[in-house]
Ligand binder design. Sequence first.
Ligand code: B12
Length: 418
Amino acid sequence: MQPQKIVLTTLPSEGEFVNWTTPKFFDPTKVNKYMPLGILSLASNLPEKYETVILDPSSEGWSIDQTIEKIEQEKPDILGISAVTRRVYALNEILKKTSPPYKTVGGPHATYHAEQILEKGADSVFRGPIADLDFKQAINFLPKGIIDCQTKINEINFPKRELLKIEDYFPRESLLFKAENRLPLFSSIGCPNKCVFCNVQSKKIQFKDPKIVVDEMEYLYSIGCKSVHVLDDNFNVGRKHLRGILEEREKRGVDFEWSGRGQTRTDLSLTKRLADNGLVRIHVGIEALDNKILDFFNKNENVEDVYRFCESMNANNVGILAYFISGSPAETETYRKQLPEKIRELGIKLPFFNILFPEPDTEYYYSLLREGFYKKDFWGEYLKSPTPYFEIPYPYGESKKNEIIDYTNRLIEEFKQK
Ligand code: B12
């Protein structure tokens, strides 16, 4: 029987494993909703003949039971779940307790755990950073097992935001900076860097055609967005890509506010033109201002890059939201004491302090196992039978943990917008 109704859903945060990376003060999801671009993209590339319902328990704050109830009420022929590893407990509960005839899963968690997702009750798993056309095709014959996605980023339509209540996703509060009616888009997928703390889905980058990117920016503007955030894994690593978007905006006379998430090693000769063209801020993973710590993180930058980057952005009034990570064993007492002054010297007005966390499937976690900080494979065990709100032990001992949390909170206090 041909499927008629499809429900696509994010996962609720209930039961997600404890993650001490982002101190409460900074946790953006506590105040703002994030548009689930993944399932929105899937829905925007499906034939109209299907009735497609998007559920976003992640933003709605629904519990697992409420999410199951909503899914059951919809009685879909196909249930599609977008999975992140920290919410594997909720994923397994929903796979176990919902009754759609065909259940499929995709998203970051599928990258390394497709077999396990099948064992937990999924009929199929879509593995890969872009699945739109693979999913569209699969609906006709409902395959079982793992599908390795072949969809290319320039073969798909961009996400139709009107499939959701757009105004619900405009930021309600702005913690660090004002950006009216800000909405995200992705102009590329993947990052070639090998930072030890990150398990990005794809190390191979796919860039959207700049014409499509600026089409999408103009579309967002037409639906009430006043500030577009290019929320890529790394939007400015590709110099040709960045220049392409800039030239396309200049050619069309598009100059409304935009920002992006990227790195310090980029084409700084473009900074003035980017600033003149409405780029107001770059969210950048600086992480530390010491080459020993940057080496520990295996960052694709050194302190000289950071100074050149900040000088160029400050000279052209492009705001710098800089992510810093405290807690690496390469840190010294002197470094910690000097960090606030160094940040001020660099003219970084929006420092965002995170704490080093051993995400699953990262080189950092594997190094902790290899070097004996962890005597057993905590994540391996947890993923076999996830329990709610699991907390992995702090690799350097509880007293060290409290010391790092106190130090990071003092940094936050020091830079809190007076
Ligand atoms: C936006 C984003 C955020 C936002 C919003 C998160 C939210 N609540 O929605 C913010 C900045 C808040 C955030 C925070 C964090 N994030 Co984040 N985030 C992203 C980011 C950059 C983009 C997601 C996106 O829109 N991608 C674009 C869409 C098109 O891609 P997609 O969602 O993957 O969907 C495609 C495919 O995966 C597939 N697919 C996806 N779902 C489904 C479902 C089905 C049925 C099918 C068939 C296919 C399919 O098809 C889709 C379309 O082609 C990703 C990186 C990435 N490249 O995905 C990281 C990412 C998802 N985040 C990650 C992490 C770890 C975090 C943090 C935990 C980091 C931290 N420690 O603080 C926090 C958690 C905060 C919280 N409590 O929610 C990891 C997740 C890794 C994992 N294995 O789960 C990622 C992958 C980054 C990384 N390390 O690589 N994040």
